[in-house]
Design a protein around this ligand. Structure first.
Ligand SMILES: Cc1cc2nc3c(=O)[nH]c(=O)nc-3n(C[C@H](O)[C@H](O)[C@H](O)COP(=O)(O)OP(=O)(O)OC[C@H]3O[C@@H](n4cnc5c(N)ncnc54)[C@H](O)[C@@H]3O)c2cc1C
Length: 685
C-alpha cells in the first residue's frame, strides 16, 4: 500500500510536484490520483443530471469548468469529443511540440475538411483543430498576443450602435477594460531568462501589461537565436516601429511575443494543465472524454417566463456506433465546442437557419439564421529564404544532445509585427479605403445566406472594418519562422478580412463532418491587402541583409501583382488557423446568435462561450482573448439564477442510455444522493 499521505498531499496542493513521487508505488498512486484529481470519469460515473453541462473541453470549456466548479454547491460536467490526451503528453508538453512533435494531423486533430475554394483554384485541404482535452491549445503555436484596445472597445460600440435591447444590456462588459482584466486574470507572467534575452537583442516587454498568479503560464523560450534579435531593427528600417508595450492595448509595430510556456519545467501551458490538472480534488466536477455531444434536448411542456425554450438535457455518444446517453441539466448548457463545434451542436439540436435544417429534415426548434454565418479566418502566405545564420531547425537537424534538451525544445517562434493601413500602403491608404468603402454592395452579394438579417450584420461589421479598423488596427500580421533547417520564412497574414464564409450541416448524423466554406478571397480587397503584405515582407527580407540568402519561395520569378496573385491562388495562401464568429454576438436583427450575456436567442438556458462569439476577427491570435472571454463568461454564468423548472425536466426514465445496445451507463439514483448529502461528499468513483 502506498506510503504517501494522500490527505496531506491534497491539502498542500503540491501534487504532482512532490519529490516523493518518484518511486514505482508513487507512480501508480500518482496515476490514480491524477484521474481523481483531474475529475476524469467514465460513462458509468456520469450522474443523471448536473447544474452545468459544458459541451467541449477545449480552451474555453476547461476555463469554465474550473471557474464554475469553484462553487462547491454546483455540479459541473464537461463532455469532450476527443481523448483525454494522457497518452500523448510527451508530444503535447514540450513547447516545441508545437512544431517537432505536433499532434496536428494525428488522431487528436479533427482534420476538418474544407470545401474547394473557387478563388484559390478550387484548393480544399483541412483545418486542424484540437480533439483532445485542452482543445486547440494542446496543438497551437503558443503565441500569446492580444487584440488592440480599439478593436475590443469597438465591440461594445457596435452592440450599442444597434440600439437593440438584447445587446444593449450587458454591452458594457465587452470592452477593453473588462477583457484586459480578464486576460490578465488568466495569466502568470515570467520575464525572459537573462542569457536568452541577451541573445534575443534585449527585446522590450512590459510585465505590467500581464497578470501574475493566474493559471496560464506565459514566458519566453529558454533559448533564442540571434536573428530574433535582428527582427525589430529590420522592421524599423521599413517603417514599422518597435512596440515597447505589446499586449497593453496597442499592438501596432514589431515585437517578440510571449508564449504559453511554463518556465519552471519548460512545458506547454494550455487549458488542461493550467485550469484542471492544477486543481485540488473537486467532487463536483466531472470530465468525460471521448464523449461527443450530439444534441441538446428541449422541453416541449413548458417555456421560461420570457417565453423561451428550456434545455433539459444533453445527448452524447462515443462514436456513431455507440450507445447514445442522455444527461439532465438543472441550470444551463454551455456550448464551448469552438467555431465549428458549437454551431454544429446548435444545428443538430434544431437551432439554426431554417433553410439548412429543412433541407435535411431536422425539426426546427428555433429559426436562427445567423448560426454558422459570419465565419471569418486569417489567411497567411510565407516568403522563404535560404538562411545565412543558425536556426533552430539547424540545431535540430544536427541532432546533438542539446537538440533534445528541454531548453532547446522550449524554443518557439515569437517574432511578430502588426501593421496598419498607413504602414502597408504608405501614403495611399486613403485611396484604398475609399475604394473598399465603395465596395460594400459587392460584398453583400457574396454573403452566403438568404437572410437579410445576416446581410445587415455583415454591413455593420464591414463599415466598422473599413473605417475604425482601417487605420486603428492591424491589416497584416508578420511572423518570422526559424524552425526549419537552412531556411527562414516570414509570413504575411490578413487580419480583418472582408470575405465571409459559413459552416452548416448537410446530414442528420452528428458524426458526419460539418461543411466548412470559408469563401476565401471572395471580396477582392482581401487579395489586395495580402498582396501588399507580401511586398512588405520582401522589404523586410532586404532589410535583414546578408543574414538571408536567396529567396526560394515563391522566388524572384514571382514579382508582378499578377504573378503574386497567381501564386497566392495556387498554393501561397493558406489558413492561419483562426476561424471565428460563427455564433456571433450581434443583435438578432443582424444575424446574431448570442446576446450580450452569451445566451442563444430564443433559448432560456443555453450559452455559447468560445471563439465563435466574436462579432469579427481580431487582429491577433485568438487564444489570449479567448482565455479572457471564458473567464468573463464564467462570471456571467455565475450571475444567473436560472434553474430548470421541475415541469420542464426530463423524467427519470428518459435519462440514461438511449437506443438498443446497452443498459443505462448513468449513475442510477445519484441525483437524489447529491440532494440528500450535498456535493461536498466524495462520490464513489
Ligand atoms: C494549428 C493551430 C495553431 C494555432 N496557433 C495559435 C497560436 O499560436 N496562438 C493563439 O493564440 N492561437 C492559436 N491558435 C488558435 C487557438 O488555439 C484557438 O483560437 C482557441 O483554442 C479557440 O478556443 P475555443 O475554446 O474556441 O476552441 P478549442 O480550443 O478548439 O476547443 C473546442 C473543444 O470542443 C471540442 N468539441 C467540439 N465539438 C464537440 C462536440 N460536439 N462534443 C464534445 N466536444 C466537442 C473539441 O474537441 C475541442 O476540444 C491555433 C490553432 C490551431 C488549430
Amino acid at each position: 500500500s502506498p506510503s504517501l499521505d494522500l490527505a496531506a498531499l491534497y491539502e498542500s496542493n503540491t501534487f504532482p510536484r512532490d519529490p516523493n513521487l518518484s518511486s514505482e508505488d508513487a507512480r501508480i498512486l500518482r496515476r490514480t490520483l491524477e484521474k481523481r484529481e483531474f475529475s476524469l470519469v467514465s460513462e458509468n460515473d456520469v450522474l443523471k443530471s448536473y447544474d452545468y453541462i459544458i459541451a467541449g473541453g477545449g480552451l474555453a470549456g476547461l476555463v469554465l469548468a474550473s471557474r464554475l466548479s469553484e462553487d462547491s454547491s454546483r455540479s459541473v460536467l464537461v463532455l469532450e469529443a476527443g481523448m483525454s490526451g494522457d497518452e500523448v503528453k510527451d508530444r503535447v508538453d514540450p513547447p516545441a511540440g508545437a512544431f517537432y512533435t505536433s499532434i496536428v494531423g494525428s488522431d487528436y486533430d479533427w482534420k476538418h475538411p474544407i470545401e474547394p475554394q473557387p478563388m484559390l483554384n478550387n484548393r480544399a485541404g483541412t483545418w486542424p483543430r484540437g480533439k483532445i482535452l485542452g482543445g486547440s491549445t494542446a496543438m497551437n503555436a503558443m503565441y500569446l498576443v492580444r487584440p488592440s484596445q480599439i478593436e475590443v472597445d469597438a465591440w461594445q460600440q457596435l452592440l450599442e450602435s444597434s440600439q437593440d435591447p438584447d445587446v444593449l444590456t450587458g454591452a458594457s462588459r465587452w470592452n477593453w477594460n473588462t477583457l484586459f482584466a480578464a486576460m490578465k486574470k488568466s495569466e502568470n507572467f515570467t520575464a525572459p531568462a537573462e542569457d536568452a534575452w541577451e541573445v534575443g537583442g534585449r527585446f522590450p516587454y512590459d510585465a505590467s501589461t500581464h497578470g501574475s498568479g493566474g493559471p496560464m503560464s506565459l514566458s519566453y523560450p529558454r533559448v533564442m537565436f540571434s536573428i530574433v534579435g535582428n527582427w525589430t531593427g529590420a522592421l524599423d528600417a521599413v517603417g514599422v516601429p518597435p512596440q515597447e508595450h505589446p499586449n497593453g492595448g496597442i499592438t501596432m509595430g514589431s515585437f517578440i511575443s510571449p508564449s504559453s510556456i511554463n518556465p519552471t519545467n519548460l512545458t506547454r501551458s494550455y487549458s488542461r494543465p493550467a485550469y484542471i490538472d492544477s486543481l485540488p480534488p473537486r467532487s463536483n466536477l466531472h470530465i468525460l472524454s471521448e464523449a461527443t455531444v450530439t444534441k441538446v434536448g428541449f422541453s416541449d411542456k413548458v417555456r421560461s417566463d420570457g417565453n423561451e425554450v428550456i434545455a433539459h438535457s444533453v445527448e452524447f455518444a462515443k462514436d456513431a456506433q455507440s450507445t447514445r446517453f442522455v444527461v439532465g441539466v438543472d441550470r444551463e448548457v454551455i456550448l464551448a465546442g469552438g467555431p465549428l463545434g458549437s454551431p454544429k451542436v446548435l444545428m443538430h439540436s434544431g437551432v439554426g437557419p431554417k433553410d439548412v435544417l429543412d433541407q435535411i429534415g431536422v425539426d426546427v426548434v428555433n429559426d436562427l439564421p445567423g448560426v454558422g454565418q459570419h465565419l471569418q479566418d486569417h489567411l497567411t502566405a510565407g516568403i522563404v529564404w535560404e538562411s545565412r545564420v543558425e536556426t533552430a531547425g539547424d540545431v535540430r537537424a544536427a541532432g546533438a544532445d542539446f537538440s533534445r534538451s528541454a531548453e532547446f525544445l522550449s524554443f518557439i517562434n515569437d517574432a511578430v509585427a502588426f501593421i496598419n493601413s498607413s504602414l502597408l500602403f504608405s501614403g495611399n491608404e486613403g485611396v484604398y479605403q475609399q475604394e473598399i468603402q465603395g465596395m460594400l454592395e459587392n460584398g453583400t452579394q457574396t454573403v452566403p445566406s438568404p437572410s437579410s438579417e445576416v446581410v445587415e450584420g455583415y454591413k455593420a461589421v464591414y463599415n466598422l472594418t473599413a473605417s475604425t479598423f482601417w487605420e486603428g488596427s492591424a491589416q497584416i500580421e508578420m511572423l518570422m519562422s526559424v524552425i526549419s533547417a537552412g531556411q527562414i520564412s516570414i509570413q504575411s497574414a490578413i487580419q480583418h478580412p472582408y470575405s465571409r464564409g459559413r459552416v452548416y450541416i448537410n446530414s442528420t448524423n452528428p458524426f458526419d463532418p460539418i461543411v466548412i466554406d470559408p469563401q476565401y478571397f471572395t471580396h477582392p480587397a482581401d487579395r489586395v491587402i495580402m498582396r501588399q503584405g507580401v511586398k512588405l515582407v520582401r522589404q523586410v527580407g532586404t532589410a535583414l541583409g546578408d543574414l538571408l540568402g536567396p529567396e526560394t519561395t515563391p522566388g524572384p520569378g514571382v514579382a508582378t501583382d499578377a504573378e503574386i496573385d497567381e501564386w497566392l491562388t495556387n498554393g501561397g495562401a493558406n489558413t492561419q488557423y483562426h476561424p471565428a464568429s460563427s455564433c456571433s454576438m450581434l443583435p438578432r436583427k443582424w444575424g446574431g446568435v448570442v446576446d450580450s450575456s452569451l445566451k442563444v436567442y430564443g433559448l432560456a438556458n443555453v450559452r455559447v462561450v468560445d471563439s465563435s462569439v466574436y462579432p469579427y476577427e481580431f487582429a491577433a491570435h485568438l487564444a489570449s482573448a479567448t482565455f479572457g472571454l471564458a473567464e468573463e463568461g464564467a462570471v456571467v454564468v455565475r450571475e444567473s439564477a436560472f434553474e430548470v423548472p421541475s415541469q420542464a425536466k426530463l423524467d427519470d426514465k428518459d435519462l440514461g442510455a438511449q437506443g438498443t445496445n446497452g443498459a443505462s451507463g448513468l449513475k442510477s439514483g445519484a441525483v437524489s444522493v447529491l440532494v440528500a448529502v450535498g456535493v461536498s461528499v466524495v462520490l464513489a468513483w
